[in-house]
Ligand binder design. Sequence first.
Ligand code: SAM
Ligand code: 2KA
Ligand code: SF4
Ligand code: MG
Length: 212
Amino acid sequence: MNLQQNNEDLLDGGRRLPLVEDFYTIQGEGFHTGKPAYFIRLGGCDVGCRWCDAKMTWNPKLFPPTEVDTIVERACSYPAQAIVITGGEPSLYPLDYLTDALAKKGLQIFLETSGAHELSGHFDWICLSPKKQQPPVPSVFPKADELKVIIETPGDFAWAEENAAKVGERCRLYLQPEWSRYDGMIEAIVEYAKGNPQWNISVQTHKYMRIP
Ligand SMILES: C[S@@+](CC[C@H](N)C(=O)[O-])C[C@H]1O[C@@H](n2cnc3c(N)ncnc32)[C@H](O)[C@@H]1O
Ligand SMILES: Nc1nc2[nH]cc(C(=O)O)c2c(=O)[nH]1
Ligand code: SF4
Ligand SMILES: [Mg+2]
């Protein structure tokens, strides 16, 4: 049984989800940088980025299914107007129940995804961060509001362009330095954006602010 099938049986069609953590913070990356947002981080990822800063999320068995109604109720006890669903890889799960419940509360719903699996659910903003070892499924590209490509080596600029050619015309384009390679890569990233101004730069500002 694959990971996705296993999830659908265990999780009652998305009424329960494997929750790693939920917390109120400031969106640190990409288009919505600086916006207060409540984060819902789901466990489980089968993409396996070497430099992933959320490796503790990878094994979904460590995160028992949590009632989505409880998660939504907790989110509503904060003044947040925006919710970021992240992980782990949220596209592993049926997200309609969660996003319907959040939308009923009038909250804006943002998604962080590698696009490795077909998406379910309804989102006000989708940030697609494609990964070479498991590229996005084709159906995700036209849904992306924001393409955020992690730059670890000079070869990643070509990967960024490959993905930019697949997203819609209005999709915002971001280059984001891999955190541990920041010093080595930031100069090249700045020069690349200056020469190719369709690209903007995203840095992980929450790590400078020392907030989650
Ligand atoms: C932890 S991932 C979870 C969502 C989804 N699995 C994904 O990769 O988009 C959230 C965001 O952090 C980025 N990210 C993870 N580790 C990073 C690192 N070391 N440096 C820069 N960005 C990183 C990912 O590319 C993604 O955009
Ligand atoms: N503050 C903050 N902003 C973020 N933007 C995307 C994040 C993620 O892990 O998905 C993240 C995160 O972990 N913290
Ligand atoms: S896809 Fe996202 S959560 Fe999964 S390993 Fe890569 S950065 Fe980490
Ligand atoms: Mg993060």
